[in-house]
Design a protein around this ligand. Structure first.
Ligand code: NAD
Ligand code: IPM
Ligand code: MN
Length: 357
């Protein structure tokens, strides 16, 4: 009997539809090969949902996500919705899903594949062999603190966003980082701004305490400004980077491009219930609808869904191997294309991966 799973697909806005449809094609190929019975339920979120229902995250989308085995998410946002009320912005959809599903940990693995070393903006000798994972705290920090869009203060308009972190919030993400490092090269770099921020000083004290439980994992602390520089100078020094919500957001785009294209980077958002899987990039309004977006970050997110949500390790491995193969075979979407390679669109790339699963 084949294993049965219910996956909720949320394409969202911009290139979301193109990239998730590519990833579903690849999931189908893996399902066929490994005899998995996956059903797909499509739900709205983001600007698309706002246009249809007046809200970026319909209750029905949250309920379907919660009761599924895993969520595949595209991207949300776009200039069209830049002037809607802050609480109705498309981005509120992904923030709301993370919060309501309790997805406190976001894993963003950055691997520089041999086939793509030449595409990195950094020199080959600096990036070859880079293999790190950013463990980003995802449901706390300044993203979810109190804020004020506008008030009068000393005769001038001002706005503010508050950052807060509690010890349990830092403990659980640190625990996950140490457990992850134990299965890798045994090194955690905790990134903060403890020379200035109180939340960072609490973060540093708490990670140091958690570290005591993991004597076989080395803990290093870096200030975020230095970490941004170290990523450009010597990305190979990192194994697991653990950091707060805002720093993790910024550092992961920087780390992503080291791998050749932001379109390559997948992520898994995990908590106590259903997991959500999405590429780290956005809705790319500049290329949306052209069918040229790189779907590999979303396809690799689908591989993470197979691994972490459906516990289908072999199927996950086969998707990752197929992505390596496609690149080794010289097939490229325009973001990674150079003379001498085969240029394909989003659909053709997904098809090429599916054939190699
Ligand atoms: P972006 O990641 O959408 O795009 C940045 C640049 O990278 C653009 O030039 C884009 O064309 C390119 N790019 C991104 N993904 C690509 C892919 N798969 N293939 C090829 N090229 C790709 O970031 P942005 O322009 O700052 O944001 C656009 C919108 O997306 C905003 O509304 C933002 O809030 C939103 N956003 C959403 C998410 C999400 O849904 N998780 C993540 C980031 C940004
Ligand atoms: C990401 C995105 C989101 C974030 C936005 C769209 C809310 O940039 O997933 O990296 O800041 O977390
Ligand atoms: Mn981001």
């Amino acid at each position: 009997m084949s294993a049965k799973f219910d996956v909720v697909v949320i394409p969202g806005d911009g290139i979301g539809l193109e990239i998730t449809s590519g990833a579903v094609k690849v999931l189908e190929a893996a399902a066929k090969k490994y005899d998995l019975d996956i059903s797909y339920t499509y739900k709205d979120a983001g600007g698309t949902a706002y246009d249809k229902f007046g809200v970026p995250l319909p209750e029905d989308t949250v309920e379907a996500a919660k009761s599924s085995d895993g969520v595949l998410f595209g991207a949300v946002g776009g200039d069209k919705w830049d002037n809607v009320k802050p609480e109705l912005r498309p981005e509120k959809a992904i923030l709301g899903l993370r919060k309501q599903l309790g997805l406190y940990a976001n894993l963003r693995p950055v691997k520089v594949l041999d086939a793509l070393v030449g595409y990195s903006p950094l020199r080959t000798d600096r990036v070859k062999g880079t293999d790190l994972v950013i463990v980003r705290e995802l449901t706390g920090g300044i993203y979810f603190g109190d804020r004020c869009e506008s008030e009068q203060y000393n005769g001038a308009e001002r706005a503010w966003d508050l950052e807060n972190y509690s010890v349990p919030e830092v403990e659980r993400i640190a625990e996950l980082a140490f457990r992850t490092a134990k299965l890798r090269r045994g090194k955690v770099t905790s990134v903060d701004k403890a020379n200035v921020l109180a939340t960072s000083r609490l973060w540093r004290r708490t990670t140091a305490k958690v570290a005591e439980k993991y004597p076989d994992v080395a803990l290093d602390n870096l200030y975020v400004d230095n970490c941004a520089m170290q990523l450009a100078v010597n990305p190979k020094q990192f194994d697991v980077i653990v950091t707060g919500n805002l720093f993790g957001d910024i550092l992961s785009d920087e780390a992503a491009v080291i791998s050749g294209s932001i379109g390559m980077l997948p992520s898994a958002s995990l908590g106590d219930g259903t997991g959500l899987f999405e590429p780290i990039h956005g809705s790319a309004p500049d290329i949306a609808g052209k069918g040229i977006a790189n779907p590999l970050g979303t396809i690799l997110s689908a591989a993470m869904l197979l691994r972490y949500a459906l516990r289908e390790e072999q199927a996950a491995d086969s998707v990752e191997a197929a992505v390596d193969k496609v690149l080794a075979d010289g097939i490229r979407t325009p973001d990674l294309w150079k003379d001498g390679f085969e240029k394909v669109n989003t659909d053709e790339m997904a098809q090429a991966v599916a054939e190699r699963v």
